[in-house]
Design a binder for this molecule. Structure first.
Ligand SMILES: [Zn+2]
Length: 375
C-alpha cells in the first residue's frame, strides 16, 4: 500500500500511513483547513485522514460515532423534532505538485482546498463544537466519492446502516461558491434502435435502410421542446438530446440496424419510472432500451426547516442541474442541497485554491443557523 500511496503524492510525504495525525480543534478555522489539506487523501488512501477525523469526533461527548471502512459518521441524540444530515467526502483526486498547502492572498492553495476540504473543515469543527444544535445532527465524512459509484462511501454507509440514513433535510458540503444549490436533475440514457433489411447497395430496393429510418427519431428530438419545471420553488431546466448514433457495417451494404443514444436530463419532480415513461411516450412506435439511469433529488427548500436555513445563512439559492451525491439523499427520501465554499470550476485543477473569507462565511452561516433556537 505504502509505495502506491507515495506514488499518488509525487514525493510529498505528509500524512503517510502510520504517522500519528490529529487536529487542534481550538485552533482558528484556517489552521484546521490547512491541517486537513496537508493530510493527503486521494481516493482509496483516506485512512490517515479518516483516523484523524474519527479521533476528533470521539473527543466530543455529545456525539455517537460510527465508522465503516474509511467513512466516519457521528450524530447527536438530543430528542429534537427534526434531524439534519451534513455530509462531505474526504477523498480528493490524485495529488499533483500542489502539496503542502500554501496561503497566498487570503486564499488557501493546494489539492483538495476546493473539492472539498474547505467544506470538510467546516463540518468537522461544527460537529465537535455544537453540543446543543437546534436540530439533531448527523455528520457523515465519507470516502471514495471521486471514483466509481459502487465504492462511494456515502452509498455504502447508508446501505449498511439504514438507521443512520434518516433525516428531514440534508446539506452536502461540496463547493458551491458559498451559494445554496438545491437538489439535482436526474439522468436517463436510452438507446433507440431502428430496424432495416440488409441488401447490397447496388440493389438497394431489395433492402430497407435503418439509418434513413433514424431520421424519424431525430425529427422527434428536433420537434421536442424541453420543459422548465418548478420544484419546491426552484426552476429546473430539462434536456432531451441525442448523444450518439451508430449504424452501418460496410460501404456497400444497406444497413439493417441503426441506434440513436438519447440522454434525458429530468427535473426532480419525476421518479425514474416516470422519466422512463415520458421518454417511451416521446418515442412511441420505436424500440427503446434503457442503458443507464440515476434519479434526481428535490431541494426541499420550501419547507419550514430549509427556510430557516436559507434566511440564517443569507446565501443565493439556485437549482443544481448536474447530478451529484445529493441524489443519494433523494434515494433515501431526504431533500438536499449543496452548500460549501470554493469555486467548483477550480476543483481538480492544479491551481485549486479556496478563499478563506468564503470558508469563514459558510462556517458562520451554518453556525448561526444551527445555534439559533426558535422556541
Ligand atoms: Zn467533491
Amino acid at each position: 500500500m505504502v509505495p502506491e500511496y507515495r506514488e499518488g503524492l509525487r514525493g510529498y510525504t505528509g500524512g503517510m500511513p502510520g504517522q500519528d495525525v490529529s487536529f487542534e480543534l481550538d485552533a482558528p478555522l484556517e489552521d484546521l483547513v490547512k491541517r486537513i489539506l496537508d493530510i493527503p487523501s486521494p481516493s482509496g488512501h483516506e485512512g490517515p485522514l479518516a483516523d484523524a477525523i474519527e479521533k476528533a469526533l470521539q473527543s466530543a461527548q455529545h456525539l455517537e460515532v460510527m465508522r465503516l471502512g474509511n467513512t466516519v459518521a457521528a450524530r447527536t441524540s438530543l430528542g429534537r423534532e427534526r434531524r439534519v444530515i451534513w455530509a462531505g467526502h474526504i477523498d480528493t483526486v490524485p495529488v499533483g505538485d500542489n502539496l503542502p498547502s500554501q496561503i497566498r492572498d487570503g486564499a488557501l492553495w493546494g489539492r483538495g482546498s476546493v473539492d472539498m476540504k474547505g467544506g470538510l473543515a467546516i463540518g468537522l469543527s461544527l460537529a465537535v463544537a455544537l453540543d446543543s444544535p437546534q436540530h439533531d445532527m448527523t455528520w457523515i465524512f465519507y470516502d471514495n466519492e471521486e471514483v466509481e459509484a459502487s465504492k462511494n462511501g456515502l452509498g455504502l454507509f447508508g446501505a449498511a446502516h439504514p438507521d443512520w440514513a434518516v433525516g428531514d433535510f440534508a446539506i452536502v458540503g461540496e463547493p458551491s461558491n458559498g451559494a445554496i444549490e438545491g437538489g439535482c436533475n436526474g439522468t436517463l440514457r436510452v438507446e433507440i434502435e431502428t430496424p432495416g433489411k440488409q441488401a447490397h447497395s447496388a440493389r438497394s430496393w431489395m433492402g430497407h435502410n435503418a439509418i434513413h429510418s433514424a431520421a424519424r427519431v431525430l425529427s422527434r428530438l428536433n420537434d421536442y421542446t424541453p420543459a422548465t419545471i418548478t420544484v419546491d420553488g426552484l426552476d429546473y431546466r430539462e434536456g432531451l438530446n441525442a448523444v450518439g448514433i451508430t449504424g452501418g457495417i460496410a460501404g456497400n451494404v444497406i444497413p439493417d440496424s441503426c441506434t440513436v443514444t438519447v440522454n434525458y436530463r429530468f427535473a426532480p419532480d419525476k421518479t425514474l419510472p416516470q422519466a422512463e415513461a415520458h421518454v417511451r411516450e416521446v418515442f412511441e412506435g420505436f424500440f427503446v432500451r434503457v442503458v443507464d439511469q440515476a434519479g434526481g433529488c428535490r431541494p426541499g427548500i420550501d419547507g419550514e426547516l430549509a427556510q430557516g436555513f436559507i434566511s440564517a445563512v443569507d446565501a443565493d439559492v439556485r437549482p443544481k442541474f448536474g447530478w451529484t451525491d445529493v441524489a443519494r439523499f433523494g434515494e433515501w427520501g431526504i431533500p438536499a442541497v449543496n452548500f460549501g465554499p470554493g469555486d467548483p470550476s477550480l476543483a481538480h485543477s492544479d491551481d485549486e485554491a479556496v478563499s478563506l473569507a468564503e470558508v469563514r462565511a459558510v462556517h458562520q452561516g451554518l453556525r448561526a443557523w444551527l445555534s439559533s433556537y426558535s422556541d
